[in-house]
Design a protein around this ligand. Structure first.
Ligand code: GLN
Length: 330
């Protein structure tokens, strides 16, 4: 019996070691395959982002049981930008409940650019989705705080809990965004006029601008998204951050609109919920299995990182992660 258990243990350890080697090799192969991929350009409507070195490229995987694999520029801190929208949605859902998100903001796709004003008007004056700018500011405003600073600290603490380390604002990025976010301020005022703000609209816009300016690495993003792959528990710190039954709700929102107008194209190719940001990051979640994060600044015209999407598509394909795939019964 003891000998049998010992043999079993050795087999399990060998399989785990083989899997680790496979993931490492896959990451290296993926990095080499796409590191010279042409196409796209840094976002430049936020001046800071235009100056981030365009050739940075990092990829990280965090498995639901907390193993971390990384390759390339995974220590570089860049702006989380719109990827924060999915995570602040988690916090708002914990505070306000999934019904408020569904009925007061919406859980559908706008199919329009992330900063669209027309989308608000067309859809009966509602933000439609928590992961476009309008819906994200409304979502942020659902996170409560006794005052503006405390509310922001609550948001930052939550993002830090997801990353498993204290995250910080990239101050230069925040200044750059705050000086150029007139369009978002206009959206916030419009939403307030339509009754879709749960805080002072300029405070919500500022807290949203800050959440977008938080610095993360590709590895941080993989850990953060790992919580969504692991039923709401951070796979590294083991802290519960999202109710298990809310996880599919957040992932459904990401599936609908996580990559903006090309969310359908993404799903068609990758088959996983994802979220992108104009800082060059993209995350994807394979429920119960792993999260993948990639970072490379050049974006396609919609605002999604060209290399990061290609890398994640390749990994999803190699690891058979597509959620929509099935095998015929014989
Ligand atoms: N902070 C950016 C904005 O509000 C985020 C946009 C994005 O990443 N798509 O425009």
């Amino acid at each position: 019996m003891i000998r049998f258990t010992g043999t079993l243990l050795i087999c399990v350890m060998m399989t785990a070691a083989a899997a680790a080697q496979d993931y490492k090799a896959l990451l290296q192969e993926t990095h080499a395959k796409f590191k010279n991929l042409e196409g796209g350009a840094n976002a430049n409507y936020i001046p800071y982002l235009a100056d981030v070195p365009s050739n940075l490229f990092g990829i990280a995987i965090v498995t639901a049981d907390g193993k971390v694999y990384e390759v390339g520029d995974t220590k570089y801190e860049f702006g989380i930008e719109s990827i924060s929208k999915a995570f602040v949605l988690c916090k708002a859902m914990m505070e306000a409940g999934p019904d408020s998100i569904e009925h007061a903001i919406g859980v559908n796709a706008t199919g329009m650019p992330f900063n669209s004003v027309i989308a608000i008007e067309l859809e009966g004056y509602s933000p439609v989705s928590p992961v476009v700018n309008a819906g994200a500011m409304a979502t942020n405003s659902m996170v409560k705080g006794p005052n503006k600073d405390a509310q922001w600290q609550t948001v930052l603490n939550y993002l830090s809990d997801l990353a498993g380390r204290p995250l910080q604002l990239i101050n230069e990025l925040y200044k750059s965004e705050a000086a150029t976010n007139q369009h978002n301020r206009a959206i916030a005022m419009l939403l307030d006029a339509y009754g879709h703000m749960w805080a002072d609209p300029m405070d919500a816009c500022d807290s949203y601008t800050k959440q977008c300016s938080v610095g993360v690495t590709a590895k941080d993003l993989a850990v953060m998204a790992g919580t969504l792959a692991n039923g709401g528990i951070n796979p590294i710190t083991k802290k519960r951050l999202l109710d298990e039954k809310y996880v599919p709700k957040v992932l459904s929102v990401m599936t609908m609109e996580g990559l903006y107008q090309t969310s359908g194209t993404w799903l068609y190719h990758v088959g996983l919920p994802g979220k992108s940001g104009v800082g060059g990051g993209v995350i994807a979640v394979a429920p119960g299995k792993m999260a993948i994060a990639a970072f490379a600044p050049p974006l396609d015209p919609v605002g999604n990182s060209v290399k990061a999407m290609a890398a994640i598509e390749h990994i999803s394909e190699k690891l058979n992660l597509n959620l929509l795939a099935s095998q015929a019964k014989k």
